[in-house]
Design a protein around this ligand. Structure first.
Ligand code: ATP
Length: 820
């Protein structure tokens, strides 16, 4: 395309020219639309919408329809045309019902597929836009940053410390550093370090690239070679239902033919008995089981999506319903991630903020304040703006936004500071080191270079050799470090999120960032707990679900927030820090139990999350785990339910997660679990209802045949019951809002089948009641009441029909008081 053989060999400017795109403005929308027409969507698998007629035709291929057709033919052969026509009508109605239920399931599934798409940031028509990755076309300029999935093959046009994980494509696990320069002719795929390929992910840095291949015309497309239709996997639940349905078909066919033969042997009319056998089989084969389950699941998922929880796999719903432990991170999930700096502490003096945004400086040391605010502004990727003198708005990491705001409130001009000290490079924040550094060129003394560092207080203090006094940097010793750490702990104990600031003037710009630094002071910020979290955690408690906090923040802050939201009620709740965590294999059983009892983990690394998941899984728990970073991906996979954040989360985390929370809120996890329980409960209710009604019908006919008494219901009536009283009420149960007690019970054991023993007993009992009532009415009518044959049949039919309708209300809420 566009004569672009091996774009890695050409300078990127040439690639841009060939693709007819300007680096500053990107493609125009009109040009992008035209290219979309010729290249099609950027997707490997095409999810073609299922055609309506295919769904319709499918309805006539079932065993039930064959049986009904046989019944119609049989009636016609014996000259019973009314019956034959009636059965044909039944076939049509049956097909229509099947058609609409299945169509609804198919459409819900398609709606779900559309929800889970990946997006890309592109430059088009001079503006940066977020579009669906499927809409990318050759020539689009795509921006990349750490955590993004590369959505198409790109020739890089800019790269700042950019590195990608290409293991999905090349099988090599080491991350590959990227640049923009043209390469030798014979560079292999894994050596093409000026390209970023579809299906790989950005592990650090940032950059941009121009799209040179989309869809199957990518390296990933070439190795996949599968332009297959995306196929929906059956969930374990659907499989269980399918298996149940299949085995029931045989049981029912045996019973139905037995009943027919028995009747004939007892001298009943052959035609009537064959029809009864067929009607029985038709009525009791639970052909709708898997499809209703699919509808119930997919509708439930759409309902969850409306309530901010996007479930990415149908089968995750079942697991959600049995979740017993939730590991939640703190910032943004339990708290609002709306930060405000409230305090700065220096070697001499401090600054505190009052509610209205004014600052009070105690024992002012101008040098320290200046230095602190300079670091706060420079070591910072957020930006700030205000419209026509209105309030300031920050864009980017809320923590960094809060730092900018604190500088503005204290009269500094961030734009001016950044202009005077342009950034040369950045050492991005990593949750392993808990540090971030930026390198700058400055005009002022004592040298042309400046390194600004911010990070977790203990991490920053451990790499500082001096502290800043009014007279300038003074050597630091352990006593000074310890006094700063004590101050840090005291502030953290009040729930404040803590940072430390440091700087240096290195002789050259290649210096290592994290050594020989001068400590400037501490920054304390508030991040209020989310208002709805406390209620959600109480809901978990009554639902038998434990909530455990795993945070990258420090112990004292974590404990304060855990108490504020109700994870613990103790003042001195134990907190285990990451550095004290040992491999699960190294723990004695008693130690493992003790660790399982802990509710708060602080300064935990993403790797340690894996160990904690394993620890609880080993005790039979079903674990849900939240995560947002690239490093969280393994933990999200390992957890039974990986929960990623829709706003804060990286694309990588969202891609591997089972559930994505659109609003990042803990409350939405609880909503998802409650919906998961309701959906499973509904499907169970629906199955129990359907099976007990069908069994009742079998019982009635079987007993009547065995006692050689007149049949209480006619074949056509059985078919009528199958259509009218079985399907709609059963659907209503399957779709319902569920009973209010769903979250007042302990979680369902994960290994429990859809219908454990006690439910089979219940099915037998319900069928027994309904069958006995129908038979009793039939005997009464024929015996003491001396009713005519027609009247008796009408009476028993009505009894059976009304009993089945009442049974729906009985099933709606199994635990409701009798009169309700
Ligand atoms: P959680 O894991 O619950 O989201 P967290 O956001 O505090 O908690 P991390 O993001 O791993 O966890 O941050 C750990 C620590 O690193 C913070 O307590 C803070 O001191 C420091 N920190 C956080 N963000 C930055 C940043 N952008 N630059 C420098 N230091 C940071």
């Amino acid at each position: 395309m566009y004569g672009l053989n091996d774009p890695h060999r050409q300078p990127y400017a040439e690639v841009l020219t060939r693709l007819g795109v300007s680096e500053a403005a990107g493609l125009s929308e009109a040009e992008a639309a035209a290219r979309f027409q010729s290249y099609g969507p950027n997707a490997l698998k095409r999810v073609a919408p299922v055609k309506v007629w295919v769904v319709f035709v499918r309805q006539f291929r079932s065993a039930v329809v064959m049986l009904l057709a046989a019944a119609a033919g049989f009636s016609a052969a014996f000259g019973d045309f009314v019956e034959a026509v009636a059965v044909v009508v039944v076939i049509v109605i049956n097909a229509l019902i099947g058609f609409f239920t299945e169509l609804s399931a198919v459409r819900s599934m398609e709606a779900l597929h559309r929800l889970g798409t990946v997006s890309a940031r592109v430059r088009r028509g001079g503006a940066l836009k977020e579009i669906d990755a499927a809409d990318l076309v050759p020539g689009d300029l795509v921006e990349l940053e750490a955590g993004d999935l590369v959505a198409a093959d790109l020739r890089l046009v800019s790269a700042h410390k950019l590195a990608c994980d290409e293991s999905a494509l090349t099988g090599e696990s080491a991350q590959v550093s990227k640049h923009t320069a043209a390469l030798e002719d014979d560079a292999t795929l894994s050596e093409r370090s000026n390209m970023a390929y579809k299906g790989t992910s950005v592990t650090r840095g940032s950059g941009a690239g121009v799209v040179v291949g989309t869809g199957i015309r990518t390296e990933l497309g070439a190795i996949t070679k599968l332009v297959a239709e995306a196929k929906d996997e059956q969930t374990p639940l659907e499989k269980q239902l399918d298996a149940l349905g299949r085995s029931l078909v045989w049981v029912i066919l045996v019973i139905a033919s037995g009943v027919a033969l028995l009747g004939i042997a007892r001298g009943k009319e052959i035609v009537q008995m064959v029809e009864t056998g067929i009607a029985l089989a038709v009525a009791s084969i639970p052909e709708g089981l898997p499809i209703v389950a699919t509808i119930a699941l997919s509708r439930g998922l759409l309902r969850m999506a409306r309530r901010q929880a996007l479930v990415r796999r149908l089968s995750a719903v079942e697991t959600l319903g049995s979740a017993s432990v939730i590991f939640s991170d703190k910032t943004g999930t339990l708290t609002e991630n709306r930060m405000t700096v409230t305090r700065l502490d220096f070697e001499r003096g401090s600054a505190t903020r009052s509610e209205d945004g004014t600052w009070r400086h105690e024992d002012r040391d101008r040098g320290s304040i200046d230095e602190a605010l300079r670091i706060a502004v420079l070591c910072n990727n957020a930006s700030i703006s205000s419209e026509a003198g209105g309030p300031w708005k920050t864009i980017g990491d809320p923590l960094e936004g809060a730092l900018l705001l604190a500088a503005v409130e204290q009269g500094r001009d961030p734009f001016d500071l950044r202009r005077k000290s342009p950034e040369l490079r950045e050492e991005p924040f990593s949750s392993e080191t808990k540090l971030m550094a930026t390198f700058h060129r400055t005009g002022d003394t004592p040298g042309p270079f400046y390194v600004a560092v911010k990070g977790a207080p203990e991490a920053v203090l451990s790499i500082c050799t001096h502290t800043l006094h009014a007279a300038g940097p003074q050597p630091i010793d352990d006593a000074v470090r310890e006094s700063w750490l004590a101050k840090n702990r005291a502030l953290a104990g009040d729930g404040l999120r803590m940072l430390a600031l440091a700087f240096k003037h290195p002789p050259n710009e290649d210096a290592r960032p994290y050594s020989d630094l001068t400590f400037v002071g501490l920054v304390a910020m508030v991040d209020p707990p989310r208002a709805d979290v406390r209620a959600s955690i109480e809901a978990c408690a009554s639902a038998g679900i434990r909530v455990i906090m795993i945070t990258g923040d420090q112990a004292d802050t974590a404990r304060y927030v855990a108490r504020a939201v109700g994870i613990t009620h103790e003042d001195k709740a134990p907190v285990v820090a990451g550095r004290d965590l040992r491999q699960p294999a190294a723990l004695s059983p008693a130690e493992a139990d003790a660790l399982r009892a802990v509710n708060i983990f602080a300064r935990v690394s993403p790797q340690q999350k894996l160990d904690l998941i394993a620890l609880h899984q080993a005790a039979g728990q079903i674990v849900a785990m939240t995560g947002d970073g690239i490093n969280d991906a393994p933990a999200l996979k390992k957890a039974d339910i990986g929960v990623a954040m829709g706003q804060r989360g990286t694309q990588v985390a969202r891609e591997v997660a089972d559930v994505v929370l659109k609003d990042d809120s803990f409350h939405s996890i609880v909503v998802a679990i409650s919906e998961g329980r309701i959906i499973f409960g509904n499907i169970r209710k629906f199955v129990i209802y359907l099976l007990s009604c069908n069994l009742a019908e079998i019982l009635v006919i079987l007993v009547a045949s065995l006692l050689n008494s007149p049949l209480p219901i006619l074949p056509l009536q059985i078919l009528f019951l199958n259509l009218v009283t079985d399907i709609f009420p059963a659907l209503a149960l399957g779709m319902g809002e569920g009973d209010a007690t769903a979250m007042r019970r302990p979680p369902r054991p994960a290994a429990e089948p859809l219908l454990p023993r006690r439910y089979w007993k219940a099915i037998a009992a319900y069928a027994g009641y309904i069958g006995a009532a129908t038979l009793a009415v039939s005997f009464l009518a024929h015996g003491p009441l001396h009713a005519s044959h027609e009247t008796s049949i009408t009476m028993s039919f009505m009894t059976l029909a009304v009993a089945q309708v009442l049974h729906v209300f009985n099933m709606r809420d199994a635990r409701a008081p009798f009169l309700r």
